[in-house]
Write a protein of this length. Structure first.
Length: 342
């Protein structure tokens, strides 16, 4: 009896082990299939609420799964950015001018000086990883950003900027005819970067805020100061009539929100020279020279040396392109200097 029982016992043990092995394999395969077929709901439908923005990013699963999740989080951050803004125009308008010439009304829009200033971005809240999920081939990350905290920071930044605008405006001369005083030109130029910064913050606020009423709207005092600034930019003006590039300099001034006109507060002088080379059927024209800014007393305030180039198959066309490029660069250099005075 003992010789018969021993094989039977071994057989039972082997059979039990085989059953457990098969059961384990079946359980593993079922779990894998469930992982692939049951993605979390946030992968296809990210949460939505008024305080946060969400983005879902994915990446191919690789052996270094931590690196894969990092890529997925970056893609989720990119999705948040795409929600906020698809394209922001860098061109704005200050006002519309209507002129009558040869019986025809010409309407032209002058670009505002505020769009030509490089503004400083505010330090915003960082995105946060809310959820992660990995299946057989891909990994997913749910990213979020706190919209309400960004709005609060932007509102504080706008208020601080407004305080600086008011502080600068206290030094402006109050004239009886309401025209800007000639001695105030430095203060007005210093105001341009602050209004540019304010506009940047306001545009950012409009992206993050969900309030029905416009956020960041200037109060009456700030609006009045801005109106005085716009009037000053038009009233002061820059006389380019004595330069060789009068038309092109006038066009460049308008692009920067500055007014070209004869007999104005400032006078511009230019001294330039051109030379050209011909290569492979094209003309390369180089224009080098100096632009001077003269104040009402005839004193030179500053000067800028600029080099520009024009390329065309026609020599006249290449010369014109060089002059246009030189004029734009010279006015840009002057504008940067004017708006950064201490």
């Amino acid at each position: 009896m003992q010789r018969v029982a021993l094989p039977t016992q071994r057989y039972c043990l082997l059979l039990a082990g085989l059953v457990l092995c098969l059961t384990g394999c079946s359980s593993f395969n079922t779990q894998s299939a469930q992982n692939e077929d049951s993605l979390p709901s946030w992968v296809m439908s990210p949460p939505q609420n008024s305080t946060h923005l969400y983005g879902v990013g994915s990446a191919t699963r690789i052996e270094n799964i931590a690196l894969a999740f990092t890529q997925a989080e970056q893609n989720g951050n990119l999705q948040i950015a795409q929600q906020l803004r698809t394209q922001v125009s860098q061109v704005n308008t200050q006002d519309t001018q209507v002129r009558s010439g040869q019986g025809v009304e010409q309407v032209s829009k002058t670009q505002t000086a505020y769009t030509q200033i490089t503004t400083s971005p505010i330090e915003l809240e960082q995105t946060v990883n809310e959820q992660r999920f990995a299946d057989k081939n891909y990994v997913y990350a749910l990213q979020s950003i706190d919209r309400s905290r960004i709005v609060a920071k932007l509102k504080i930044a706008i208020n601080d900027t407004d305080d600086m605008i008011r502080k600068l405006a206290t030094s402006l001369t109050q004239t009886e005819d309401q025209y800007p005083a000639p001695q105030d030109w430095q203060t007005f130029m210093q105001l341009i970067p602050y209004f540019a910064q304010r506009k940047f913050y306001k545009d950012e606020l409009s992206l993050y805020s969900t309030e029905r009423l416009p956020s960041g709207k200037a109060d009456t005092e700030i609006q009045d100061i801005e109106q005085r600034l716009n009037q000053a930019l038009t009233h002061y003006g820059f006389d380019v009539s004595t330069t060789k590039q009068a038309d092109h300099l006038a066009s460049a001034l308008s692009k920067f929100g500055l007014t070209p006109k004869s007999g104005s507060l400032f006078q511009l002088n230019s001294r330039t020279a051109q030379h050209h080379e011909e290569q492979d059927g094209r003309f390369y024209v180089f224009e080098d020279g100096t632009l001077e800014l003269i104040d009402p007393a005839g004193t030179r305030l500053a000067s800028w040396t600029v080099s520009a180039r024009g390329i065309a198959k026609n020599l006249d066309k290449a010369q014109e392109q060089a002059t246009i490029a030189w004029s734009n660069q010279a006015i840009e250099a002057m504008f940067t200097w004017l708006t950064r005075l201490n």
